[in-house]
Design a protein around this ligand. Sequence first.
Ligand SMILES: *Cc1c(COP(=O)(O)O)cnc(C)c1O
Ligand code: SF4
Length: 341
Amino acid sequence: MPTPPATTRQTLSLQQDTANWHLALAAAVRDPDELVDLLGLGDDYREPARRAARLFPLLVPRNYLERIEPGNPRDPLLLQVLPLAAEETVVDGFSADAVGDAQAHRSPGLLQKYTGRALLITTGACAVHCRYCFRREFPYGEEPRTMEDWEPAFADIAADSSLHEIILSGGDPLMLTDARLAMFIERLDRIEHLRRLRIHTRLPIVLPQRVTSTLLEMITSTRLTPIVVVHANHAHELQGDCAAALRELVRGGVTVLNQAVLLRGINDTTASQAELCERLVNLGVIPYYLHQLDRVSGAAHFEVPEQTGRGIIAELRKRLPGYAVPQFVREIAGELHKTPL
Ligand SMILES: *Cc1c(COP(=O)(O)O)cnc(C)c1O
Ligand code: SF4
């Protein structure tokens, strides 16, 4: 697989132009038949993909498709985005609200589960639809829309000096326009007891055009310490302009962490996790969490036994520096932190 040449920094100075990512998003693939055609998958994939896409629509940017090997139905990137018949299977123990989000609402759009930090559901939109997503069933329609609708959440944060960190989440907060994102950041910057701004996003991975100089400036020019948590599951994702975008964030002074989800047939071997973690740290990104899959309906076929995950982590410890080994965790509804496994 090609690694970016050393000259990347000169040739790929940050995109100035925000029009670019909006265009790339508009051009993303949404039609299962087009996906099957573009990647030369067999006709057998068409009907199941159409049906499963009715449960949770297909969405994948072309930039991400370019990192998928044509004609390979087992490609680890393809399996994250291709709707399959298995999604229609009802499995005991897999439900709509797998992580207890409904109980964690403290204001419209504001979730708090853990001490000192709370999370804003800034949008329901994503640039990619990950088939295993724990929010595939999330009732986004009930969250605030206008900036005015957001005022109760800001007031709630402002009134609680135990909060030091706000996490912009979703969906994907980098789906917001720059203007809207700037409003959130500016509003939070004014709340004195906040110290850190965390952004949970998959866009630098799936739509690296989103990492513009305007964005970097916006998140590094406030009083708040910026932390960006990206979501890559496989080393093949970290190529070309994705790798360059991550480097730009790191060089711009942002602490960049990665969370991955342990996924059957995608990254459930020591070799693939070691390659992912090594490539991340080479880019200056710290592997933060490896999540045991949240048990959301339609995702049962992605589940890996916990024991396998524990074994992989034990092997990684023998091969990699301590900082390159993520914490293997699961989210248990009602617990006060993610639970180490
Ligand atoms: C995972 C999560 C966080 C972040 O937890 P950390 O352990 O700090 O990364 C915060 N709020 C909610 C609701 C979460 O699900
Ligand atoms: S980007 Fe994140 S929130 Fe969006 S579908 Fe993928 S895992 Fe879910």
